[in-house]
Structures are given as C-alpha cells and as structure tokens.
Design a protein around this ligand. Structure first.
Ligand SMILES: Nc1nc2c(c(=O)[nH]1)N[C@H]1C(S)=C(S)[C@@H](COP(=O)(O)O)O[C@H]1N2
Ligand SMILES: [Mo]
Length: 319
C-alpha cells in the first residue's frame, strides 16, 4: 500500500514544490495553446488534465494498481468529481469554483489536551514527517468510489509530536471558514465550519493519512488544499478538507453530517455494506469510470488493518 517513502528532509525542495510539475505545466500550457495537449501525454490513467492549474501526472504512476489489483482513477476523475460544499454542492462545482482559494500561507492550530499546543505554519508542520504516496480506495456514502494515489504523512506522526495528555480521547478537525474565497460558505447549506472527528486510536491507526497531495503533486484546491484527512476504511465524508484546527478533546465530537441529520450519519462512518443508508443500499458501489456495480467491502476492504479497533462494538448501532 505504501508505494514510496522518503523522509521529508531528504526530499529536495524542488520535489516538494513539484518543480518538474511546473516545468510540465508550462509545456502543457504551450501544448494546450497549440491544441495538442491530449497528444502529449498518452494512456488512460495518465490523461493530461487542466484541473485548475494545468498539471500532468508523473510517469511513475503509469500502470500502477491498488493492493487489490484495481486500476487507479485518473487525475481528471479525482479532481473534477468532488464533494466540497464550501465551493458548491454539484460534483463539478469544486473544480469550477475553487480557483480563488489561496492555500498558502497556511496555519494549523493545535489545541486542547496536548503538551505542545500552538500555531504551526504548514511548512514547519510538514517538515519532520515522512511524506509518502499511498494508493487508497475511497468510498463515498453516496455509493460511488475511486482509487486514488494520495500523498501525505501518517496522522499518527503528528499526534505523537504534539503529545496528547491522558485526557485526550478524540480529535476534532476543522475546515477553514473563508466565504470571500469559498462561494458555498456564503449560503447556509451546511453549518460552517465543516467539522470531523476521530477517536484517538483511529487517529493513531497507520492507515489514517494527512494528505498534502494527489498523484505526487500538491493537492488541488478542490481536493482540500493544502491539507486534508484520508481514512480509507470510512465513508468519504470523514475526510475533512483544508484543515486549520485540530483539537484534542475528552468527549466524542459532533461532526457536521451528524449535526445535519443524525438518523442518516453517525460519528464512526465505517464503510459497512450490511448497514444501509436510510435512503439507499450501501451493499454496492459504482467505481468512477465503470458501469457495472461492485460489491462494497466491509471496512472498504481494510478489515485486517482496522477491525480490532471495533471489537465488541455493535456496528449496526454505531454508524
Ligand atoms: N470541508 C469539507 N470537507 C469534505 C467535504 C465537504 O463538503 N467539505 N466533503 C466530504 C465528502 S462527502 C467526500 S466524499 C470527500 C470527497 O473528497 P474528494 O473530493 O477529494 O474526492 O471529502 C469530504 N470532505
Ligand atoms: Mo461523500
């Protein structure tokens, strides 16, 4: 599952800032101007795509599969079919509306039951961690799914670094509020800010990732730049985007969708084909780019890695 691993400090800054991508971007723009962009970068998953910035995926992702042998969804799929209500409720709204958003400079506030609270700049915050690419399946509660090569570092690394005290039982993670740049926040479609939570042991699970990129490049705004959560055994809505605050708390936090509709959404949101959403079945899913439906897997296929955390819990009750 971990396909590449380097200490952040070993990565030349040209790679962190994706200099090769900028070079390719210039090339891409030239090609696009010439109307030849599609020819420059060949096959399926490696489609060249102008998400917002014109970006081209690095060649190392060509032909890559998930650990279950699945093809990766294209960069285009990952960056044009999104849920990010801060930029609108349509799947294509985040790609269309997020260009005004400025993900740098970025401060993340760490507060609550930790020995090292404070305001961390994104760069300081990332520097000590191991940046990795990880191919994960993503399953949305709306019954579509994709396979995505995220880039980021284990949430557990951050948790250890800020030293939770004995009173820290849960994490509450909050998205930025910036209505001037986020057109969806000018309305009340959700109760802003978007909030998500994890139990401390879930946050420490090696699968939980703080993503800073996708396909080896910085996260596009529509995917939650510059920093978002990925918990692949849970429904996609746990993956809170554009995180500005992580609070370590004693009580189970209320997450946005639970506040919105507690009958339909709970705190844990573990992918579970046996527990239907009140309005539709969760037994099957449609992988973006496919026609036939797939059977949804318990914990989205990550049972071995996560089931021990839920031993003795009734997963029909704890949705
Ligand atoms: N702040 C914020 N985070 C969010 C959402 C949102 O609307 N706002 N949508 C969630 C949902 S429902 C899903 S399925 C995933 C989608 O992530 P993606 O667009 O990168 O695929 O983001 C999650 N994180
Ligand atoms: Mo979702």
């Amino acid at each position: 599952m971990i396909i590449r691993s380097k200490k952040a400090s070993d990565v030349p800054s040209s790679e962190i800032t994706s200099e090769d991508v900028y070079v390719n971007r210039r090339k891409f723009i030239r090609n696009a101007a010439a109307g030849a962009a599609a020819l420059a970068f060949a096959p399926q998953a490696l489609k060249a795509f102008d998400g917002t910035p014109g970006q081209v995926v690095p060649a190392r992702f060509k032909g890559m599969k998930s650990e279950l042998g699945e093809d990766l969804n294209s960069y285009e799929d990952v960056t044009t079919y999104n849920n990010f209500y801060e930029f609108g409720t349509g799947k294509d709204d985040p790609a269309k509306n997020s260009a005004p958003f400025r993900p740098r400079p970025w401060t993340v506030t760490i507060e609550g039951h930790v020995n090292k609270p404070g305001e961390y700049q994104l760069e300081d915050f990332l520097a000590p961690h191991t940046i990795e690419d990880r191919v994960y399946r993503m399953r949305c509660v709306e019954a579509w799914s994709m396979v995505v090569p995220w880039r980021g570092f284990p949430l557990a690394d951050l948790v250890r670094r800020v030293e939770p005290t004995g009173s820290a039982k849960y994490l509450e993670m909050t998205t930025i509020v910036r209505p001037a740049e986020m057109v969806g926040q000018r309305g009340r479609v959700l109760d802003w800010p978007y909030i998500e939570g994890l139990r401390l042991d879930e946050a420490m699970n090696p699968l939980a990732l703080l993503a800073t990129g996708v396909y080896g490049m910085d996260l596009p705004n529509q995917n939650g730049a510059p920093l978002r959560l990925i918990t692949p055994w849970k429904y996609g809505f746990k993956g809170v985007k554009s995180i500005v605050k992580i609070r370590f708390v004693e009580e189970m936090p209320l997450n946005t969708w639970q506040v919105q509709n507690s009958r339909e959404y709970g705190f844990f949101a573990n992918v579970n084909p046996e527990v239907d959403h009140p309005r539709w079945t969760q037994a099957r899913e449609r992988r973006l780019g496919e026609f036939r439906r797939r059977e949804t897997l318990m914990f989205n296929g990550y049972t071995d890695e996560v089931q021990s955390m839920y031993a003795g819990m009734d997963l029909r009750r704890w949705i």
